[in-house]
Write a protein that binds this ligand. Structure first.
Ligand code: HEM
Length: 246
């Protein structure tokens, strides 16, 4: 499996190296720092490893959440209206850039609320390095302990109207119970997500660019199902219609 992934990524790197004029990709930026004459520069193997991380840890998670966010938006016209209002007033017709991310709190809240309802990594597991006691449960050394963001994020004790899509929970307009560790889409502790800021930034920009121009509409009659593997994705496909706004 690892060999196959390396082959795919090496192929992508080779293609990019043959087209040095295509400069607008992250890979192109990394390759810009590669200098075969300088042993101190980043190596091709390091670049490959970075791309593998982006592909495996960074792509599925962000892409799946974006898919769920389109579905949720399609079902909640009130949220779409407010989202469009923010995008129109902050951006107008301008394409958003990195500096706009902090000016789009509602867009960010839409993504955060989507991760609450559809956490991209719905199950986290850890191996106990020693014996422990959690409440009434004894945990033997070596036991697999499972923590489920999916359950925590929808638990009635921690959230009001837990199954409702309410981005205002994340803008400060909704009084949350704010109980520690009940919202953990990026996990928590020393092995939490290294790419959280990167993932949020790219997701907010993606959402903004597309929502600026389109109204998401779910294909009539389609009922999405869940497919819970390592990540939580829509089962099969999630057919949507991108209806131009104007
Ligand atoms: C919405 C986007 C993302 C979500 C929800 C997410 C979620 C997570 C979660 C839950 C973990 C911990 C898994 C565990 O403890 O078992 C994790 C780990 C990790 N993530 Fe992300 N991730 C996202 C985007 C990214 C991106 C864009 C990158 C890279 C640029 C990235 C790189 C990593 C890495 C390297 C780890 C392993 C950290 C370690 O083991 O110390 N993630 N992520």
């Amino acid at each position: 499996m690892a060999k196959q992934i390396h082959m795919v990524v090496d192929d992508i790197i080779a293609t990019q190296m043959k087209n040095p004029n295509e400069q607008h990709t992250l890979l192109a930026h990394m390759l810009g720092h590669y200098n075969p004459e300088d042993p101190g520069s980043i190596s091709l193997q390091q670049i490959r490893n970075e791309i593998v991380v982006l592909l495996m840890a960074g792509h599925e998670t962000t892409a799946n959440t974006l898919a769920w966010s389109w579905y949720l938006l399609a079902e909640h016209p009130r949220v779409v209206e407010r989202l469009h209002g923010e995008l129109d007033s902050v951006l107008g017709d301008r394409t958003p850039g990195f500096d706009d991310v902090s000016k789009l709190p509602y867009t960010r809240a839409v993504f955060e609320e989507t991760m609450r309802l559809y956490p991209p990594v719905p199950i986290l597991s850890r191996e106990a390095i020693g014996e422990d006691q959690i409440g009434k449960y004894h945990v033997p050394q070596g036991a697999q302990v499972v923590v489920s963001p999916w359950l925590l994020h929808r638990h009635r004790s921690y959230w009001d109207h837990p199954d409702h899509f309410i981005p205002e929970r994340f803008t400060g307009e909704w009084s949350n119970k704010n109980i520690k560790y009940t919202y953990i889409p990026f996990s928590t502790g020393p092995r939490n997500c290294l790419g959280a800021a990167f993932g949020l930034t790219e997701a907010i920009l993606c959402l903004a660019v597309l929502a600026q121009k389109f109204n998401p509409v779910l294909q009539p009659g389609h009922k999405p199902g869940y497919d819970c593997r390592l990540t939580l994705r829509p089962a099969g496909s999630l057919p949507m219609i991108a209806r131009p706004r104007r």
